[in-house]
Design a binder for this molecule. Structure first.
Ligand SMILES: Cc1cc2nc3c(=O)[nH]c(=O)nc-3n(C[C@H](O)[C@H](O)[C@H](O)COP(=O)(O)OP(=O)(O)OC[C@H]3O[C@@H](n4cnc5c(N)ncnc54)[C@H](O)[C@@H]3O)c2cc1C
Length: 410
């Protein structure tokens, strides 16, 4: 291969400010310098949460696995994630069903539910210290879903076997103190420290022989039916039986991105406070555009995010941080007046959305033995779990029955 100095992916300033995870212990990840050519079964580009989930799944199946990243592991979008692990997809089931049919939409929602359950079991089985906690989620009526639609959404979800209960205004106020017209309360979600989860998954993969090279940046790929040949920006050659682009919101050449777009998002975290989010709903989000979502940390900080907006560049996104946080604080106080909404931490990040809230996962149409994950939407981590399951199974020759639901060009 020729030496290519240009990266195969675009370069973005993925985040700014200080995410709340800076307040907690960081677990070190052993990386190596990439100095000599190498060969492997699977090469994963990107050592964020998606790459870590893939590395864990592939190494558990006995594949020799290598990750490369141009940043330190977990320092991309993963470090900015608020890490609500929700099975509830951004597009309500009633809307997704109208778009692609009830049966397919229900299967996708059920798979998302299973992904959160699988991650709960995985984190528990691997004993990863990452403040993982199972949570109930409250989905509030807002400007994009009325109370009548919310009730129908609940009926559809229960019809699909999903645990969502409709709450009237009286139920909601009695249970949570929140004054909204109605809501759905669902079991089956969770929350986590995403940086610690990424480190824990990588450390389990490393213990099975996986290696992480950083900083190392992929520049060029030549894919054939027998192998994938690659070269880094430093000119080091690599060869793999399969390649996965787990590059988050930095798109790689050759990955079809129609229907996906990048936007911006903002978040803040309060000081620790007791019983911050009251009642039996520990994650809160709303059916609004722009939306607000709320979780808490193991030591009682409240993490709030949302106000997503298209802005032309990262400098504008960053300049908006103070005013966006002020808006998030105001909305939080309106919803939960008893909270201290002081911003101890605040940050902004690039975010990705797809037209129907679904990810694209799987084989790339024009690059044999190459795969990609575009886990766009508010469920990026949940979609990362599904991606790891689908791609690891495919590479091992046992295709996942849900593969087509998320495939590129489906
Ligand atoms: C503020 C915010 C809040 C969010 N909240 C939630 C939430 O509550 N729940 C949820 O599920 N999701 C949430 N998300 C989305 C979720 O965080 C992302 O989907 C997820 O972190 C993406 O992980 P990743 O590993 O795919 O990408 P990243 O963490 O960005 O990792 C990709 C890696 O690829 C590397 N890379 C790129 N190109 C190359 C190259 N050419 N060579 C080598 N390395 C390369 C990058 O350096 C990077 O480290 C949120 C995102 C943001 C920004």
């Amino acid at each position: 291969m020729t030496v290519a100095e240009q990266s195969i992916t675009e370069k973005r300033y993925l985040r700014t400010g200080t995410p709340v995870w800076a307040a907690y212990r960081q677990h070190p990840i052993a990386t190596q310098a990439l100095l000599a050519p190498l060969k492997t079964d699977l090469l994963i580009v990107g050592a964020g949460i998606t790459g870590a989930l893939l590395a864990e799944a592939a190494s558990a199946k006995g594949l020799s696995t290598i990750l490369i990243d141009r940043r330190p592991p977990g320092h991309g979008s993963t470090a900015a994630s608020t890490a609500l692990l929700q099975f509830e997809i951004d597009t309500p089931l009633i809307r997704l069903a109208a778009d692609i049919g009830l049966e397919t939409a229900s299967r996708i929602w059920r798979r998302s539910f299973r992904a959160v359950r699988d991650l709960v079991h995985l984190a528990r089985r691997l004993q990863i210290l990452c403040d993982f906690a199972e949570r109930r989620a409250l989905y509030l009526v807002g400007n994009s879903l009325s109370a009548v639609e919310m009730e129908e959404e609940g009926r559809r979800r229960r019809g699909a076997g999903l645990p969502s209960t409709f709450l009237t205004h009286t139920d909601l106020v009695g249970l949570t103190g929140i004054d909204r017209e109605a809501a759905l309360l669902s079991q089956g979600s969770a929350e986590v420290n995403p940086v610690q989860l990424t480190a824990g998954l990588l450390s389990r993969a490393l213990s099975r022989g996986c290696r992480v090279f950083a900083p190392a940046e992929l520049a060029e790929v030549v894919a054939s039916s027998s192998k994938v040949a690659m070269v880094t920006t430093e000119g080091v050659e690599m060869e793999a039986k399969a390649l996965v682009f787990a590059t988050g919101y930095e798109l790689a050449d050759g990955v079809p991105a129609a229907g996906h777009r990048r936007t911006s998002t903002w978040a803040f975290a309060t000081p620790p406070q007791p019983r911050a989010v009251r009642g039996s709903a520990e994650l809160i989000w709303e059916a609004s555009d722009p939306y607000l979502y709320i979780r808490s940390t193991s030591d009682g900080r409240v993490v709030v995010g949302g106000e997503d907006e298209d802005v032309p560049d990262e400098a504008t996104r960053d300049a908006l941080l103070p005013s966006k946080v002020a808006t998030l604080q105001k909305k939080t106080k309106a919803l939960l007046p008893w909270l201290d909404a002081t911003a101890d931490f605040s940050w902004a990040g690039t975010f990705g959305e797809s037209q129907n809230g679904l990810p694209s996962i799987g084989a790339l149409p024009d690059m044999p033995n190459c795969y990609a994950v575009l886990g766009y939407g508010g469920n990026g981590i949940t979609f990362g779990v599904i991606a790891a399951q689908i791609i690891a199974s495919r590479i091992c020759g046992r295709p996942d029955p849900d593969e087509q639901l998320f495939a590129f060009g489906r």
